[in-house]
Design a protein around this ligand. Structure first.
Ligand code: URA
Length: 434
């Protein structure tokens, strides 16, 4: 088989065979197929798509590029969740410890920043010492010991996704239903959870801009999960503005810590409770998702979710003094609050532009392997529907470079639209698929 022929075939809109897909995934994982050919094929997939059979084949080839965990010797029932990517999406930082604190083990393989969206692993690595590269043995031992793991792809766990993910991030090849489906579901299959809640985002800060695409993505992922014997629920959620207020690695960790202490932004907290409620219901800890929400609320209020978060940080080598006292986190050299240029109601937010502003500040990667600046980011001071007076604080930028600060401020200002008439707030969720 020749890689160039596979690229040409997909470029011309033809379906790849199972063997061709395996050849690509195995060859790229082994380092035999170079980045430039893999990137060309990814772009052809973005432009030409894949049918359900190809997407299923790609998912399985990626899942089986490493070990597929069987967790039966570790825990009787393990749950997981995954978001399709958003801006200000720090949900896993709150949901995973909350659910684990209810006695339901959470074994999760997360991702890094992808395009304009942030990544859970990058956020957690803001805590000095935190390790997101656990081996299979470490994954299992930690899950058994404390009932929670939040790690990344490794040489043994979904290595194909580890490599393809990093390449997609910097080659404009994120926005594709088959590529997102295979990336997410390969990780979920490899990590071995019995039940999975998928948080499928739709809107300006999501990879799926239309409800129709979000629905298609959700249906495809649920179908693949079922085929491999997992229980899967997908919630379609709003991403037409950042979740919570903070966007940027340390800033988001701090917002998640506030939420685990019972505070935090209302939209973010309510979103986390819904996801946790679904997970607790799937795992049999609650009779319904609504009961699960109540249990999650009590677990946060009782301090048990916070205690589980601390255990997670300690178990994975993080310096717990930072989360215990977030004032220890380093602060960017430029912290500046920008006033509203006019009065009115916040009508719309280009959340992807906010994500790009944070990327421009150094909070994301321009090239594979670029180091991140964990300090930088943007904190909005309002949500869609809020009334703002001219001159009132609109957002705060955290920057370490004046030129980057200027670019980020301009981007955020362009991303916000005001209306002279009242605007309703945005919903959190649009639908559920099971
Ligand atoms: N999350 C993932 O893990 N992969 C994607 O492609 C998008 C979101």
């Amino acid at each position: 088989m020749r890689m160039v022929e596979l690229i040409e075939k997909k470029r011309d809109g033809k379906a790849l065979t199972t063997e061709e897909i395996q050849y690509f995934v195995n060859g790229y994982t082994a380092g035999i197929i170079p980045d430039y050919q893999a990137a060309a094929l990814l772009m052809a997939i973005v432009l030409r798509g894949m049918d359900d059979r190809e997407t299923g084949d790609l998912t399985l080839a990626m899942a089986y590029s490493g070990e597929v965990l069987d967790l039966k010797d570790v825990a009787p029932f393990v749950v997981d969740k995954h978001s399709t990517g958003g801006v200000g999406d720090k949900v896993s930082l709150v949901v995973a410890p909350t659910v684990a604190a209810c006695g339901l083990p959470v074994g999760k393989m997360s991702g890094r920043g992808l395009g304009f969206s942030g990544g859970t692993l990058d956020k957690l690595e803001s805590v000095p010492g935190f390790r997101a590269d656990l081996s299979v043995a470490e994954f299992k031992a930690q899950l058994k010991q404390i009932g929670i793991v939040l790690t990344g792809q490794s040489a043994n766990l979904a290595p194909a996704d580890g490599k393809l993910y990093a390449l997609r991030d910097v080659t404009g090849t994120v926005q594709s239903i088959p590529l997102i489906t295979s990336s997410i579901m390969s990780k979920k299959i490899a990590a071995g959870a019995d039940a999975i809640v998928l948080d499928v985002k739709v809107g300006s800060g999501a990879f799926m801009k239309s409800m129709e695409d979000a629905q298609r993505l959700a249906e495809g992922m649920v179908r693949i999960g079922r085929t491999v014997g997992r229980q899967v629920v997908a919630l379609i959620s709003d991403m037409n503005q950042p979740l919570g207020y903070a966007v940027g690695n340390i800033l988001e960790v701090r917002e998640a810590i506030d939420t685990l202490h019972g505070g935090g932004p209302t939209d973010f907290r309510d979103h986390c409770l819904e996801i946790a409620g679904e997970m607790l219901c799937l795992g049999g800890k609650a009779g319904s998702a609504a009961e699960g929400v109540q249990l999650a609320k009590e677990t946060i209020a009782g301090g048990r979710a916070w205690e589980k978060f601390r255990q997670l940080i300690i178990a994975q080598g993080g310096d717990v003094r930072y989360v215990d006292d977030p004032a220890r986190f380093p602060i960017a050299t430029i912290v500046e609050t920008i006033p509203a240029p006019q009065s009115g109601y916040l009508a719309a937010v280009r959340a992807d532009e906010i994500g790009m502003a944070v990327l421009a500040l150094g909070g994301g990667r321009e090239k594979k392997g670029d180091p991140l600046d964990h300090q930088v980011g943007v904190v909005l001071h309002c949500k869609v529907g809020d009334k703002i007076a001219a001159g009132a604080p609109l957002f705060t930028v955290h920057a370490n470079d004046p030129a980057r600060r200027d670019e980020a401020v301009q981007r955020v200002l362009r991303a916000l639209t005001f209306s002279p008439v009242e605007v309703p707030p945005l919903p959190l969720f649009y639908g559920r698929l099971a």
